[in-house]
Design a protein around this ligand. Structure first.
Ligand SMILES: [Zn+2]
Ligand SMILES: [Zn+2]
Length: 361
C-alpha cells in the first residue's frame, strides 16, 4: 500500500464526491449520491447525500470502481482505496491509501502517454515501481508517503488509466531494478538525443556507478530519433535573456545580457557551462541551471535539454538542440525505439542502467 496526498499543490477548503457505481462507504454508511466535504477550522463537515460532522476526520472507503473527486479549480479525478479527509486551518488534507500496483498503473499512464510499445511500458513500470519504493519516506513527517505532484511522482488518479499501463504493471508485478541487491535510483527522462548523461554532470554532488553516459543505439541513428521533438530550435532575444538572468540572480539589475556561448562541454556532448557576456564582465552559468532556470522562470518550455549549440546574431541567440530532459538514466523515447526494434524490457533496463538487474525485494 502507498499513502498519497491528493491535490497536493492546491489549497482547497471543499471537495465534491461522486460514487462511481456502488461500494463507496463514508464511515459506516453507503455513499449513494453526490456529497460535499468541507473543512471548517480543524473540523470536517459534509453536506449533500451525506450529512456528517463536525468531526476530526472522515474516512471514505472506495471499493469497486471508486469515487470521483472534483471542485472549484480542481481537475476531476477518480480514486479507489481509502481516502481520509482532515482539516488544518480551514484547508482540506486528503490522503489516499491505495494498492501500490493500482497507484503505479496511474503513474505509468501519465509517464508513458506518448509511447506505445508494450515492452517500453514494462520498463517504465519497473522504473516507476523502484522509484516509488525508494521514495516512500519523502513525506514521512507529514503522515503520508508521497505527494501527487512531480515533487514526488505525478499521480492523477485512475480515470484515464490505460490498458497498456495496467497490463505492464500486472506482468511485472513486484519487480524492481536492483544494484548489488538494493533498489536502484531509476532516473528517467524523455529524449537523450543519442547519448545519456552521467548523473555527476547534472547533479555534481551525486554519483551512481550505473548512472553513466551510454550511447543510445547505433551512431547516427539513436533509438530515440523516432521522437517527434527530437530536434528543436529556440530563438532568445537578449532583452528576454536579460530579464531571465536578472531574475535568476546571474547578473545584477543594472547589467544586460549581450552574448551567450558554451564555455565547457560534458563528455556526452551536452553543454556543461555557459558564459554570458554583459559587456563589462563574463558570467559563468551551469548549463543545468540554465536549462532549469529558463523552464521554471520564463515558462518558455523552450530549452528542452542542455544538448545544444549556440548560434549568435546581433539581437538574439539561437539554441540549436536535440533531445529533451536532463538525460540521466532511461531515455523514454529510446526505450520506445528499443521496444519497437524487438528488445525486451529487461534488456532495455540493462542498457540504460548498466550493471543493474531486475529482481524482487
Ligand atoms: Zn512530494
Ligand atoms: Zn535516447
Amino acid at each position: 500500500m502507498v499513502a498519497v496526498r491528493l491535490y497536493s499543490l492546491h489549497s482547497i477548503s471543499s471537495v465534491d464526491l461522486e460514487p462511481e457505481g456502488g461500494a463507496v462507504f463514508a464511515g459506516e454508511r453507503a455513499l449513494k449520491a453526490a456529497a460535499r466535504v468541507s473543512a471548517k477550522g480543524s473540523s470536517i463537515i459534509s453536506q449533500g447525500s451525506l450529512k456528517y460532522g463536525p468531526a476530526k476526520t472522515l474516512r471514505v472507503s472506495a471499493m469497486g470502481k471508486g469515487v470521483w473527486l472534483s471542485g472549484r479549480g480542481l481537475p476531476r479525478r477518480l480514486y479507489t482505496g481509502e481516502i481520509i479527509f482532515s482539516a488544518e486551518r480551514g484547508l482540506l488534507k486528503i490522503i489516499n491509501t491505495v494498492q501500490l500496483e493500482t497507484y503505479l498503473a496511474g503513474v505509468v499512464t501519465g509517464e508513458a502517454q506518448d509511447l506505445s510499445n508494450p515492452e517500453t511500458y514494462k520498463a517504465q513500470a519497473v522504473a516507476a515501481r523502484t522509484y516509488t519504493l525508494n521514495h516512500m519516506k519523502n513525506h514521512s513527517g507529514q503522515g503520508y508517503n508521497l505527494c501527487d505532484s512531480t515533487h514526488c511522482q505525478l499521480y492523477s488518479g485512475l480515470g484515464t488509466v490505460s490498458a497498456k499501463a495496467r497490463a505492464a504493471c500486472d506482468s511485472t508485478r513486484g519487480e524492481m531494478l536492483l544494484y548489488q541487491g538494493k533498489p536502484a535510483a531509476t532516473y528517467y527522462h524523455s529524449i537523450c538525443g543519442g547519448r545519456t548523461e552521467a548523473l555527476t554532470y547534472v547533479w555534481p554532488f551525486e554519483n551512481k556507478p550505473y548512472l553513466v553516459s551510454v550511447q543510445d543505439g547505433p551512431a547516427g541513428k539513436p533509438y530515440c530519433s523516432i521522437a517527434p521533438n527530437f530536434r528543436w530550435k529556440t530563438q532568445i532575444y537578449y532583452t528576454g535573456l536579460t530579464r531571465l538572468a536578472r531574475s535568476a540572480g546571474w547578473i545584477t539589475p543594472d547589467e544586460e545580457a549581450r552574448g551567450l556561448r558554451v564555455a565547457a562541454w560534458a563528455p556526452s556532448g551536452r553543454a556543461a557551462e555557459l558564459e554570458m557576456n554583459t559587456g563589462a564582465r563574463r558570467v559563468r552559468i551551469s548549463a543545468t541551471d540554465f536549462y532549469h532556470g529558463v523552464g521554471r522562470r520564463a515558462g518558455w518550455q523552450a530549452v528542452r535539454s542542455s544538448f545544444f549549440k549556440i548560434l549568435s546574431a546581433k539581437d538574439y541567440v539561437i539554441l540549436d538542440g536535440i533531445g529533451g530532459g536532463h538525460g540521466v538514466g532511461m531515455c523514454q523515447w529510446g526505450a520506445e525505439g528499443m521496444g519497437r526494434a524487438g528488445f525486451k524490457y529487461r534488456e532495455i533496463l540493462r542498457h540504460y542502467y548498466p550493471g543493474t538487474e531486475t529482481g524482487y525485494d
